[in-house]
Design a protein around this ligand. Structure first.
Ligand code: SAJ
Length: 422
């Protein structure tokens, strides 16, 4: 039934998803507003970083199974995988990318088409998408008015793959499928069964939307608990890493790890969709966000204290001679993704204050982004940085740091990941 599939938005989720359908023999039309992305993909290359994706894209483009374009074309199913950021002080979800995607595909929609929203979305977004499509195509019927008899089928099926593991998790993770009618759900399950080996579990669209937000909020709240413990333990002179390892010996306790803050494009964003919708009810979820967002500032305060300690211990040193090495810039270990990274926030804030005194070590990149190099931050190897550092800050627990760290004498340490002395 689904011979041609169109994926709207060829980013971290859309491109792997489009590629996966093509790897399973479907004809896939990828659509993106970014000309560079379209051209890169049509050359069989990729514009994002994800293990194993490059080889797969090359193969499906060479076999004419995946083609990218700026303008949508007719297809049997459309998958919308565009960003859903938030805007403004109240963290209002910004659905404008979904709206633009609806406007773009509406002219090519045909009776019998399935439209799936994969983007992480606030509760009600799938109904809103159906509304936008029906307004643009009054000649077609939609499930919100015609239920299972509708011309167009609509479902929400949130992506749940872990960056770095996307190609495996796309196949192995269970999928939650929330159709606007029973027929919509059935149709979406049939589509995902093209490559999903795990279960496709059917619910309604609102529950599917909320389930994705709940998964990421669960993780955010649990990381906030670990981060709060790290502040308390610091105050009480207890090693938080030892404490958590001990507490986790209890059969029903499983505390996550503190860090320099929560980054990435999902966990620090999605809980706000719940808070924004139900501000008076989502108290714990809201507090967790505040706790995690506060952690980078706490780390910066610790570094300021460490700099003072260096000056106190070395009366001949002046403030502008103190060298600070920041280990790790990515938003989590062993990846090169620097977007929405608390480590970047901390490193740039330090560079603003300690001009030309900050080094960064990031084994997963060859060059610093201009926004860092223009602040006088230098990218050094681990050896170069540790040799010169008066203050050493562990921001990310990359594997290179866990084994290759030799500490200079009298260095002040701010270890947000608990790897030193392990
Ligand atoms: N972090 C900690 N302590 C921990 C675990 C993580 O501080 O114990 C930090 C990381 O350093 C990072 C942030 O949290 O800055 C998020 O990292 P992550 O590995 O927890 O999650 P993401 O953002 O890479 O991917 C998450 C996943 N969601 C869940 O695990 C519930 C993934 O399955 C989702 O598909 C993805 O969000 C998404 O796209 O929503």
């Amino acid at each position: 039934m689904f011979n041609t599939i169109s994926v709207i938005g060829l980013g971290y989720i859309g491109l792997p998803t489009a590629t996966m359908f093509a790897l399973h023999g479907k004809k896939v039309i990828g659509v993106d507003v970014n000309l560079h992305a379209v051209e890169t993909i049509n050359q069989g290359k990729i514009h994002i970083v994800e293990p194993d994706l490059d080889v797969a894209v090359k193969q499906v483009v060479e076999n004419n199974l995946l083609r990218a374009t700026l303008v949508p074309e007719a297809a049997d199913a459309f998958i919308i995988a565009v960003p859903t950021p938030f805007k403004g002080k109240n963290y209002e979800p910004d659905l404008s990318y979904i709206e633009q995607a609806c406007i773009a595909i509406a002219p090519v929609l045909q009776k019998g088409n399935l439209v799936i929203l994969e983007s992480t979305s606030p509760v009600g977004a799938t109904e809103q998408m159906a509304q936008w499509l029906s307004e643009a195509r009054p000649d077609l019927t939609f499930p919100q008015t015609h239920g299972s008899d509708s011309d167009i089928r609509i479902a929400h099926c949130p992506e749940r793959v872990l960056p770095g593991q996307v190609m495996r998790e796309l196949i192995e993770n269970d999928r939650i499928v929330g159709g606007l009618s029973e027929k919509c759900s059935q149709s979406a399950v049939e589509l995902y069964k093209t490559f999903v080996k795990a279960d496709c579990i059917v619910t309604n669209a609102r529950t599917a939307e909320m389930s994705k937000l709940t998964e990421n909020s669960f993780r955010d709240v649990n990381i906030a608990f670990a981060n709060e413990l790290s502040l308390i333990c610091d105050k009480l002179n207890i090693n938080v890493w030892e404490l958590i390892a001990l507490a986790n010996r209890h059969p029903r306790v499983n505390i996550l790890q503190p860090g320099c803050g929560v980054g990435g494009h999902c966990i620090a964003v999605d809980p706000w969709f719940i808070v924004n919708k139900t501000p008076n009810l989502a108290k714990l979820i809201h507090t967790a966000r505040l706790v995690n967002d506060h952690k980078p500032q706490w780390v910066i305060d610790k570094v300021n204290q460490a700099v003072l300690n260096v000056l106190q211990a070395n009366p001949n040193k002046t403030l502008d001679q103190v060298k600070i090495a920041c280990l790790g810039l990515a938003f989590k270990p062993d990846i090169d993704d620097l977007r929405e990274s608390p480590a970047i926030k901390i490193t740039t804030a330090l560079a603003d204050k300690f001009k030309n005194q900050v080094f960064a070590v990031e084994p997963n990149i060859d060059e610093l982004p201009v926004k860092l190099s223009s602040k006088g931050i230098k990218l050094l190897t681990l050896q170069e940085a540790t040799k010169q550092a008066d203050v050493l800050i562990v921001l990310v627990d990359h594997k290179e740091f866990k084994t290759g760290l030799t500490l200079p004498e009298n260095v002040q340490i701010v270890d947000t990941k608990g790897i030193i002395g392990k």
